[in-house]
Design a protein around this ligand. Structure first.
Ligand SMILES: C[S@@+](CC[C@H](N)C(=O)[O-])C[C@H]1O[C@@H](n2cnc3c(N)ncnc32)[C@H](O)[C@@H]1O
Length: 290
């Protein structure tokens, strides 16, 4: 697989908004190392199984990040399939392109693009997936319409977003620890945790507004298991809060890390740390006449 050379620049600056929240240089490696194995890879299996990716399918993974869903889909489609990974962040895509593919996978193509402006032909995919991307899009309806545009009639969109009325594990703790320390959010509403979650009703309404009359929507719970407290705390470095934490004064950073250590303190018996997380999963078939 060719590694694309020229994705957008890495940034050490604070992001302007949610769509650029993953542009910093340090985020992709920490995301893939600290968050993907514990959180995003187990959830990817839930999404891909719920949607049903088949051998030889043409699959688009929107807001693909470091490629957790794209690589799983590539294994399901097999070498005769086609998988395209799109994301607004060049650094996330570059990291993804360096990851080895499972054997007997489709090759993965990479496209740096906003979810609302996919430079892809109409009706060119059988399946479009989007795991934990919707909450970052400036216009969610336009993004879902764009996913439907590139999908063939009868094709399936599958998306997952953290569920409203649940703690978003471990991300709520990360934001609260920074907020409680009196720090400024790195981009507008970065500490507004409710704005990163959706209810089943929100998701159903979103897909209906985008043109799907009967999306299948469910709330799925899953237990997250960290091997130890340190891994749970260090996950913050793989979020858009990572660069902010790394730029703090030693005293401020120590205070935030001490707060996180309290939040993810191990039990007296030293058992692995477990938390229940919940996501809204939607599976929507593109109507034949749109
Ligand atoms: C939480 S990560 C999810 C990554 C991946 N889907 C996964 O499950 O591991 C969110 C991703 O959304 C991307 N993103 C944010 N806003 C975007 C936009 N407007 N268009 C495309 N991608 C966007 C970010 O760059 C980031 O890679």
């Amino acid at each position: 697989m060719a590694v694309p050379a020229d994705f957008g620049p890495m940034s050490a600056e604070e992001p302007e908004d949610r769509s650029t929240a993953f542009a910093a240089a340090s985020v992709p490696d920490n995301y893939q190392r600290l968050l993907a194995p514990v959180i995003f890879e187990p959830w990817a299996r839930v999404l891909v199984d719920a949607v049903g990716v088949k051998s030889s399918d043409r699959v688009l993974d929107v807001a693909s990040g470091t490629g957790v869903v794209a690589r799983l889909a590539a294994r399901y489609t097999g070498p005769r399939g086609r998988v395209v990974a799109s994301d607004a962040s060049g650094p996330m895509l570059s990291h993804s392109a360096r990851q080895p593919l499972p054997v007997q996978s489709a090759p993965i193509e990479f496209i740096e693009a906003l979810a609302t402006e996919l430079p892809l032909p109409t009706e060119s995919f059988d399946v479009v997936l989007c795991q934990q991307g919707l909450q970052f899009f400036s216009d969610r309806v336009d993004a879902v319409r764009e996913m439907l545009r590139v999908l063939r009639a009868g094709g399936v969109v599958g998306a997952a977003v953290w569920a409203a009325n649940y703690r978003s594990e471990p991300f709520d703790d990360y934001a609260e620890a920074l907020d409680d320390a009196g720090l400024e959010p790195p981009f507008p509403q970065a500490f507004d945790r409710a704005s990163f979650k959706m209810s089943a009703q929100d998701v159903r309404a979103l897909f209906k507004e985008a043109g799907v009359s009967a999306p299948e929507v469910s709330v799925v719970e899953q237990t997250i298991v960290w091997p130890d407290s340190e891994t749970a705390c260090a996950g913050i470095l793989g979020t858009p809060f990572g660069p902010m934490l790394e730029a703090l004064s030693p005293a401020d950073r120590e205070a935030v890390e001490a707060d996180l250590a309290r939040r993810f303190a191990p039990d007296a018996d030293g058992a692995p740390i477990k938390r229940i997380a919940a996501a809204v999963i939607v599976r929507a078939v593109k109507p034949a006449t749109r």
